[in-house]
Structure formats: C-alpha cells, structure tokens
Design a protein around this ligand. Structure first.
Ligand SMILES: Cc1cc2nc3c(=O)[nH]c(=O)nc-3n(C[C@H](O)[C@H](O)[C@H](O)COP(=O)(O)OP(=O)(O)OC[C@H]3O[C@@H](n4cnc5c(N)ncnc54)[C@H](O)[C@@H]3O)c2cc1C
Length: 289
C-alpha cells in the first residue's frame, strides 16, 4: 500500500513551501469534488496532498479599491451564488454558480477548483469570460495576473504551473445598464455536467438595442469560447424574437464541438444555437415585464 502524505498549511507561504518541497509529486486539494474522483479512478496518484482549505489569503469575497470584485479561490459555489455583492455586480456568475451540481457539490466545490480543473464544461468559466475577469496566481516567483481567456490552453490544460496556486479571480463590475444570463443544458436538471452552456452580458441602451455584447459558450470547443460572430451581429441590429432567432443560428460558427458520451457534435451545434435563442427571448420577456 502506498502512503499518502497530507499537509494542511495555514498560510500561503507555507503552502508554497510544501509545493516547492514535493514538486510534481504533490496535488493541491480544495473542496476535493474533482480531485477525489480522479484519485479514486487512479487518474492521478500524488504522494502528497496539500489541503489549502485553511489558507486565509485565498478566502472571502470583497470589493477592491480599484472598483472590481475579488473572489477568493476557496469561495464555494454556494457562497458565490448567495453573495450580495456578486448578485448585484456580476449576476451572471451568481447564476452560473447556482447551477453547479447539487447543494452538496455547491457547498464543497470552489471557484478556484473549477478554474484549475480547466474543463471546457466548467460552469463558472463562461460567466467569467463575459465578465472579462482575470485570474490571480501565486508561485515561487511571486504573483501574476492572467486574463481569463489566456488562462485556458486546452481540455484540462491551463497556464497554472505545478508549483503555483490560484489566489482568486478579479471581476470587473457590470454596470446597471447591463443585462446578463447563464443557461446550461445537461442530461438532467441537477448533478449534470454541461453538454452546452452559454453566458451573455450586454449593455442595453434601449429595448432591443445592445452595445458591448459578450457571449461565451462552454463544452463546445477545447476551451470555453467567446462567440464573436454573434456578438458583432447583435450589436448591429435591433433584437426582437425574429432577429434573435436568426442571430442565434450564427452561434455554431465560433464552436468546434466534439462527440462524447454526453452528446454528439451535431447535437451540441444545434443546442448551442437553441440555448442562446432561449436566453435572448427570456431576457426580452423579463425586460418588458
Ligand atoms: C457529482 C458532481 C457534480 C458536478 N457538477 C458540476 C457542474 O454542474 N458544473 C461544474 O462546473 N462542475 C461540476 N462538478 C465538478 C466540481 O464540483 C467543480 O469543478 C468544483 O468547482 C471543483 O472545486 P473543488 O474545490 O472541489 O476542487 P478540487 O477537487 O479540490 O481540485 C480540483 C483541481 O484543481 C486544483 N486546485 C484546486 N484549487 C486550487 C487552487 N486554489 N490553486 C491551484 N490548484 C487548485 C486541484 O489540484 C485539482 O487538480 C461536479 C462534480 C461532481 C463530483
């Protein structure tokens, strides 16, 4: 039987020291909802687990002096979903966190873990893309900040080095004139990894007229992708049910889905368009009410 060392650092410096000591033989663990599955399936077999759950520097949600919202990597999905500041200034992220897994998973799984896993189906990621967030990382050479789109390099591949830790995400606030939504399609309503997901944010100056439109799709490419073709199209026309249907059909142009156990390539292409259309229609209805 192999021995697994477990260390519980109480500061970020101690955590980095342990990562330095164990190197590639270590795995950082936060909520464990992704990592424990990988350990059980023997996809990973580290010699040491570094449990960062008690590191104070990566906890909490607060507004920064620069006017952003800082969300510590250890914030659980439940904490982000119920945070007043996130609900008011980045509602699309609160919506996304509220749709992760089940109450148990939301109480345990963290935003830092969701990002670090770097799955193209991670539900917080499309929301962070449309918020144009950045990831704060710390390692032996100090801190660095990586724009969210540059952080992801492929399925389960990110800019994070083995000896680095995600401190948190910095999220620019969406102004009051912005509307946003997050929708996902899974094999059932809860406890389901996304087959397709979409996040939308846009500045609405008058009903149906949008500027600064940002749309991101999850689970339709090796990483989450911005749908820039549709973004441009929406900015150039008045949105009503008919134009929304036409525009949504352009969604697949920025997607390169694969076929896997959850859905075929063709199904994902169609559902990406439908999910966006549904979200745009629903948004129109809510704004008229
Ligand atoms: C039943 C079930 C349902 C799920 N449903 C969903 C869903 O609907 N949507 C969704 O997006 N996800 C879902 N997940 C996946 C998972 O819950 C999330 O990805 C979660 O956010 C991972 O966070 P964690 O704290 O548990 O990460 P962990 O499992 O602790 O870690 C995951 C990975 O990230 C690394 N890591 C964690 N924190 C840091 C950090 N701060 N710095 C550096 N590396 C770090 C770890 O080393 C590990 O490689 C589900 C999982 C399960 C088991």
């Amino acid at each position: 039987m192999t021995r697994l060392h477990v260390a519980i650092p109480e500061s970020i410096d101690e955590a980095l020291g342990l990562l330095g000591k164990w190197g590639r033989e270590a795995a950082v663990i936060a909520g464990g909802t992704d990592l424990v599955v990988e350990l059980k399936d023997r996809l990973k077999s580290p010699k040491a687990l570094i449990d960062i759950g008690r590191v104070p520097e990566i906890s909490g949600i607060r507004e920064t002096e620069g006017g952003d919202v800082w969300i510590g990597a250890l914030s659980t999905h439940a904490e982000v979903a119920s945070s007043t500041v996130v609900k008011e200034t980045a509602p699309v992220l609160a919506d996304a966190c509220a749709q992760v897994g089940s109450p148990q998973i939301r109480n345990r799984g963290t935003i830092g873990g969701n990002i670090s896993t770097a799955s193209p189906a991670g539900d917080t990621i499309p929301a962070l893309y449309v918020l144009e967030a950045s990831v704060e990382i710390i390692g032996p050479k100090g801190k660095r900040v990586v724009p969210i789109e540059s952080f992801f390099q492929g399925p389960k591949k990110s800019a994070l080095a083995f000896d680095e830790i995600v401190l948190g995400v910095k999220v620019p606030k969406l102004g009051k004139e912005y509307v946003s939504f997050f929708r996902k399609l899974g094999q059932r309503k809860s406890l389901a990894i996304s087959i397709v997901s979409v996040a939308f944010a846009g500045r609405c100056q008058e009903p149906g007229l949008f500027t600064d439109v940002r749309i991101a799709f999850g689970a339709v490419a090796p990483t989450v992708v911005r749908a820039r073709t549709v973004e441009k199209a929406i900015c150039n026309m008045k949105l009503d049910p008919k134009s929304a249907q036409y525009i949504s059909k352009l969604a697949f142009r920025d997607c390169v889905p694969i076929t896997d156990v959850r859905g075929s390539q063709g199904y994902r292409e169609v559902m990406a368009c439908n999910l966006l259309y549904e979200g745009l229609l629903e948004m129109g209805r809510v704004r008229k009410a």
